[in-house]
Ligand binder design. Structure first.
Ligand SMILES: NC(=O)c1ccc[n+]([C@@H]2O[C@H](COP(=O)([O-])OP(=O)(O)OC[C@H]3O[C@@H](n4cnc5c(N)ncnc54)[C@H](O)[C@@H]3O)[C@@H](O)[C@H]2O)c1
Length: 344
């Protein structure tokens, strides 16, 4: 008989509720508890998703036998301590990215996860998105030739200043979000990143003084190509989403369903331009942007003996490269990616 996994979620904010929305009604999931430092948020989540209990201290759930998996959906600075407590209690963990906000904590996170008998999956949710999986497959098949330029933009028009200010107290948007896209570059192309650079700016007052809420990270790829990732969160930024891969035979662009001009019913679209025939092709891709259940199912499969996606090594490498990108922005210089710079 299929096992049912007892789950506790720690952090019932924006992404915590998205996790719950997709997982609580599944047959192989039993929502034991919802936890948030804000008791009202924990109570709301428990009520909305039918959790058996709620609380403000996750430790109260860690010695219970009916809890198998902890979903960590709190701020990045808290991830390491919560992970350590969960692993000590022999719980499996699905943890939101980024794993930490600095290299030392990230290294401690990686080492604790590797040394544990429990399974740990980092929430690189795009790995579980059917459109991204299809785009990866097309690029890896050689459809656009050798990838030379990758342009990635993810700007947010901020309405809820309080929520973004809390995230920005933790880390700038480059550390928060580039981990996804550094992973996408390595996953889609199999290329490594040879050097990182970038610029950052403080727009308005939601980022702490001395930090930035707009960042552009530039990357030189191991085949001589280049990539950039841009992330800005401010009330004057426009929301923008661009994911474009340019090769020497063609170009591929991912358009999310919400950004399509027409036929949104068809889902996302992958737009492919073929240079030789000068023709455009649209590949429709019905997909869920944040496939939270697919992601949790990946952890469940890991518990049952399969490999995870991304591996802990890939998630850790994306994290270290992103931390290096943040350093390049703060130090106003291009930093070559060497073992010493990456893991120091
Ligand atoms: N994968 C994605 O697409 C995605 C999207 C958004 C956010 N995130 C990540 O999720 C994490 C949370 O972001 P968010 O947007 O949900 O923030 P949020 O502010 O909406 O929610 C965070 C919640 O965690 C709670 N919390 C903080 N510390 C806690 C602790 N020690 N114990 C219990 N509860 C605690 C806060 O009270 C808050 O309710 C961040 O790491 C962020 O990078 C990922």
């Amino acid at each position: 008989m299929k096992k049912t996994y007892g789950i506790v979620i720690v952090g019932c904010g924006h992404i915590g509720l998205e996790h719950l929305e997709a997982v609580y009604y599944r047959d192989d999931v039993n929502l034991i508890g919802t936890v948030d430092l804000n008791k009202d948020a924990a109570r709301f989540a428990a009520k909305k998703f039918g959790a058996k209990s709620y609380g403000t201290d996750y430790k109260e759930y860690l010695n219970r036998d009916d809890v198998d998996i902890v979903l960590i959906a709190t701020y990045a600075k808290t991830h390491l301590q919560i992970l350590k407590d969960c692993l000590q209690a022999e719980k499996h963990v699905l943890c939101e990215k980024p794993i930490a906000t600095n290299l030392a904590d990230g290294k401690a996170f990686f080492e604790a996860a590797k040394a544990s008998g429990s399974k740990v999956l980092i929430a690189h949710v795009l790995r579980h998105n059917a459109t991204y999986q299809k785009a990866a497959e097309l690029i890896q098949s050689g459809l656009i030739g050798e990838v030379r330029l990758i342009r990635m933009v993810q700007n947010h028009h901020v309405m809820d200043k309080k929520r973004y200010a809390a995230l920005l107290r933790d880390c700038p948007p480059i550390i928060d979000c580039a981990v996804h896209y550094v992973d996408v570059i390595r996953w889609f192309t199999g290329l490594e990143i040879r050097s990182v650079g970038g610029v950052g700016a403080r727009i308005g007052d939601i980022a702490p003084e001395g930090s930035y809420n707009y960042g552009m990270m530039t990357m030189e790829l191991s085949n001589g190509g280049v990539a950039y990732y841009e992330a800005g969160w401010s009330s004057t930024n426009a929301s923008q989403n661009l994911k474009e891969f340019i090769g020497d035979k063609g170009r591929l662009r991912i358009n999310l369903q919400a950004n399509r001009a027409s036929d949104q019913e068809e889902g996302d679209s992958i737009e492919w331009y073929d240079a030789e025939s000068k023709s455009y092709h649209v590949i429709n891709s019905p997909s869920v942007y944040k496939n939270m259940y697919g992601q949790l199912e990946c952890l469940i499969k890991m518990i049952e003996g399969e490999a995870g996606s991304p591996t802990m090594e890939d998630a850790y490498k994306a994290f270290c490269l992103t931390i290096l990108g943040d350093r390049a922005i703060r130090e106003h210089r291009v930093i070559p990616v060497t073992e010493e710079e990456l893991y120091r």
